[in-house]
Design a protein around this ligand. Structure first.
Ligand SMILES: Nc1nc2c(ncn2[C@@H]2O[C@H](COP(=O)(O)OP(=O)(O)OP(=O)(O)O)[C@@H](O)[C@H]2O)c(=O)[nH]1
Length: 816
């Protein structure tokens, strides 16, 4: 040990103070981090800036605890020539504001295993570390990987975590297991493997540096050396005539971040209670006066080590700053937008009038855009606005009409009854038009209800849209919102009425004139043809069924082979159906029917019931039946004096059995009914939506703006309409305040890189004008700017960030 160095240059108090101030790890970064912390708290965020962890590794008694203690600037760690650190000590420094009135109580320690107990005396902290080590690892040199966690609260520290790890030992002693070396190495690696951990690889200068355990294990965890700082201790006790100059310069084992040589307190110094402050001053004197380290000031001393760490921390902060800035910037944009949304309260009448007009115009624009599907925030989740109108028209209204069977509520009996009633006392020679018209009108009138419902649905949609327009903006003016709702409600109701009237007219028009000349109408002859086919096929099916069932009853067969369409029944006319299938030449001539009823459409329908052959046949049959009737009566006259007819019932229904002719008539009527109904349905499906669009939807788009102005733009109403509720006024104030805070925060962040440069410059021991160390390994922590730039020279944001980023900001974290 070169005691002469210390004795020849006793430390001055000023130098000691300066050195001590410079030595504390992160002390110079505290203002920056405090500022960031302020920004976080002002923005109401509980998040903090996470700094990397620092871990000391090395062989046993290499001086790890001494280095850590010097960096923290307080005596609190057990140190000694024997094994001291036997459990990992996780030391969390917690910055807290200074309390002037109670300066003594500003700093204290707290152990996780002794919650709530504050240690103001740092010697007691050391004792507790020793006691807690013994409790877990025993008193006989045993080692445990169970952490001791200690928090130190102080206004002089940075929020950072430091880890003191047991030293690597080769030969087991005391209670140590045989594989102690492997165990300790595994334990150390578990800490330093994390990418956010800065490794202080401590090697004593009085041992063979090229075989350093510290450098070897650090290389395992950090092969490219981007986060390893080599620390060479005990330079004061190197062999006389040797020095660590080549090592410090990186000539022996190069390291990207370089080396720092330090002189800690010796065991003797510890015994004689040499303070850290004095020790630092002595260290400074040692390097200043030792010829071997002349010109290597930036590689020497605890303050240089602290500076190197600070540079890493500054670089880390620089890395996270852009993210922080962009967060604040986007918050700024959102808040500014919010404020512009609330705008400034308008006091003057003219201003109020203009504002009201503006709101009404914007409202109507928004309404039209919503109807036309042009609004900005088009939903991808559900149909909205005009698309809903389209859906109601096509998927609800049109679809419902198409699903309706026009004959659904018209039974065969209804048709039969209508036909019989229409022919009056005569027998029907032709299918009369009246029943068809009656029935088709009945079906047309059924279209009115769904059409009016459709108009009602669209009205509801418009009301909903009117509520959605400027919903957020109008929250600011509840009275105006209410008045607008009322006015718009009235306007829409007024628009619904003509739409409904038009719909009623459309249906009435359709019902009023049954246009059987419509080109799409099936017409009589075609209907007859189809009806005959239907009837024939159903008859054949019935015959086939019966034959299947009665195959073993031959007596019935004669009955079944009778002409099937012989019409016997209510009108007493018997018609041969086969005859009826042949259209008569007479019937094809319009007006040839001669009956009271008009022929349907194509003029060929009636003929099927009126062949002269039919009439001959039927009169022949009538004659024969009349003959037998006369015979029977004359016979009865002998037996009875009076024949009593049964009274006709009050309500008369057609006889139950339906003749095949009637079946044909019914089938024809149904075909005609369906055909005509389809024409009407298509017309209605087309015209009803047109009516609704014209009288209700487009009318609203065209006229609402004028209507709103007429009803609401009145001098005497301006103030009331635009009166804001108190909560809006408060909200505006809050947003303004937040905006100010954000602007300030943004400005502060902009200033931080400059301050960081100052930090880097502030603690150089040599006379380098830039103050920046020239260590080969430091380049990765520089900001890429020229080392010769003047301290006050402002830099652009871009240039303040290094291209090389030793830490991944996303992975950063101090572990707690
Ligand atoms: N002269 C001198 N002694 C030192 C120096 N650094 C440490 N020592 C002494 O070396 C011994 C070990 O120091 P520690 O700081 O306990 O070493 P450590 O690496 O933490 O030891 P373990 O935790 O037990 O592995 C102590 O007696 C210190 O006083 C130094 O730079 N010069």
């Amino acid at each position: 040990m070169d005691d002469g160095v210390f004795s020849s240059a006793p430390p001055s108090t000023a130098a000691a103070t300066a050195a001590a101030a410079a030595a504390a790890v992160g002390s110079s970064v505290i203002p920056i981090v405090n500022k960031l912390q302020d920004i976080f708290s002002q923005l109401g965020s509980s998040s903090t800036i996470d700094l990397p962890q620092v871990a000391v590794v090395g062989s046993q008694s290499s001086g790890k605890s001494s280095v850590l203690e010097a960096l923290v600037g307080r005596d609190f760690l057990p140190r000694g020539s024997d094994i001291c650190t036997r459990r990992p000590l996780v030391l969390q420094l917690v910055h807290q504001p200074r309390r002037p009135a109670d300066a003594e109580a500003d700093e204290w320690g707290e152990f996780l295993h002794l919650p709530g107990r504050r240690f103001y005396d740092f010697r007691e902290i050391r004792r507790e570390i020793q006691a807690e080590t013994d409790r877990e690892a025993g008193g006989n040199k045993g080692v445990s990987d169970k952490q001791i966690r200690l928090k130190i609260y102080s206004p002089n520290v940075l929020n950072i975590t430091l880890v003191d790890l047991p030293g690597i030992t080769k030969v087991p002693v005391g209670d140590q297991p045989t594989d102690i070396e492997a165990r300790i190495r595994t334990m150390i690696l578990s800490y330093i493997k994390h990418k956010t951990c800065i490794i202080l690889a401590v090697s004593p200068a009085n041992a063979d540096l090229s075989n350093s355990d510290a450098l070897q294990i650090a290389r395992n965890a950090d092969p490219d050396g981007s986060r390893t700082i080599g620390v060479i201790t005990k330079l004061d006790i190197m062999d006389r005539g040797t020095d660590a100059r080549n090592f410090l310069l990186g000539n022996v084992i190069p390291l990207r971040l370089g080396y720092v040589g330090v002189v800690n307190r010796s065991q003797q110094d510890i015994k004689s209670d040499l303070s850290i402050k004095e020790a630092l001053a002595r260290e400074e004197s040692f390097f200043r006066t030792h010829p071997a380290y002349n010109g290597l000031a930036q590689y020497c001393g605890i303050p240089q080590l602290a500076k190197k760490l600070n540079q890493i921390l500054v670089q880390h902060i620089k890395t996270v700053l852009p993210g922080l800035k962009s967060r604040i910037s986007s918050q700024l944009t959102t808040t500014a937008k919010e404020l512009s949304f609330y705008g400034d309260p308008v006091e003057s009448k003219a201003g109020q009038g203009a504002k009201l007009l503006n709101i009404l115009a914007k409202y109507c624009e928004a309404f039209s855009s919503m109807v036309e599907g042009k609004n900005e925030d088009i939903s991808t989740i559900e149909l909205c606005g005009g698309a809903r109108i389209h859906y109601i028209f096509q998927s609800i209204y049109v679809k419902s009409l198409e699903d309706v069977d026009p004959c659904e509520d018209v039974t065969d009996e209804d048709i039969r009854m209508a036909i019989q009633n229409a022919t009056g006392p005569r027998s029907a020679l032709f299918v009369p038009e009246v029943p068809f018209e009656v029935l088709v009108r009945r079906q047309i009138s059924r279209l009115l209800d769904p059409s009016l419902q459709c108009a009602g649905f669209i009205y509801d949609e418009l009301v909903k849209m009117s509520h959605r327009c400027l919903a957020v903006e109008l929250q600011q003016f509840p009275l105006l919102r209410r008045s607008m709702d009322e006015v718009i409600g009235r306007f829409l109701r007024d628009g619904l009425k003509p739409a409904q009237d038009m719909i009623a007219h459309i249906i009435e028009m359709e019902a009023d004139y049954i246009n059987t000349s419509h080109p799409n109408f099936i017409g009589g002859s075609k209907a007859v043809e189809q009806a005959q086919q239907q009837v024939r096929s159903s008859r054949l099916a019935a015959v086939a069924r019966r034959e299947g069932v009665d195959a073993d009853r031959p007596s019935d067969k004669t009955q079944k082979t009778r002409p099937l369409l012989g019409r016997a029944g209510v009108n007493g006319v018997v018609t041969d159906h086969i005859q009826a299938l042949r259209p008569s030449a007479d019937a094809e001539r319009p007006g040839s029917s001669g009956s009271g009823s008009t022929l349907w459409g194509m003029g060929s329908i009636g003929s099927i019931f009126s062949s002269s052959d039919d009439r001959t046949h039927s009169s022949a049959r009538e004659n024969s039946s009349n003959r037998s009737y006369t015979a029977a009566t004359s016979h009865l006259e002998h037996a009875l004096s009076t024949i009593q007819l049964r009274e006709p019932p009050v309500v008369l229904k057609p006889s139950e059995s339906q003749s095949e002719q009637e079946a044909l008539e019914i089938a024809i009527t149904k075909l005609l009914l369906k055909s005509y109904y389809n024409i009407v349905r298509k017309n209605v499906e087309d015209f009803v939506p047109k009516a609704i669009m014209h009288f209700l939807v487009n009318h609203t788009k065209r006229e609402l703006h004028n209507y709103l102005i007429t009803k609401l733009y009145r001098d005497d109403l301006f103030a009331d309409m635009l009166r804001e509720p108190d909560e809006i006024t408060i909200k505006r104030r809050q947003i303004r305040d937040t905006l100010k805070v954000l602007q300030q925060a943004y400005k502060t962040l902009d200033e931080i890189p400059l301050e960081a440069d100052t930090v880097e410059r502030g603690y150089s021991l040599d006379s380098d004008s830039t103050g920046l160390p020239r260590a080969h390994g430091l380049s990765s922590f520089h900001d890429g700017s020229s080392p010769h730039s003047t301290p006050k020279q402002p830099r652009s944001r871009k240039s303040s960030h290094s291209g090389e980023q030793p830490f991944n900001p996303d992975a950063s974290g101090n572990g707690f």
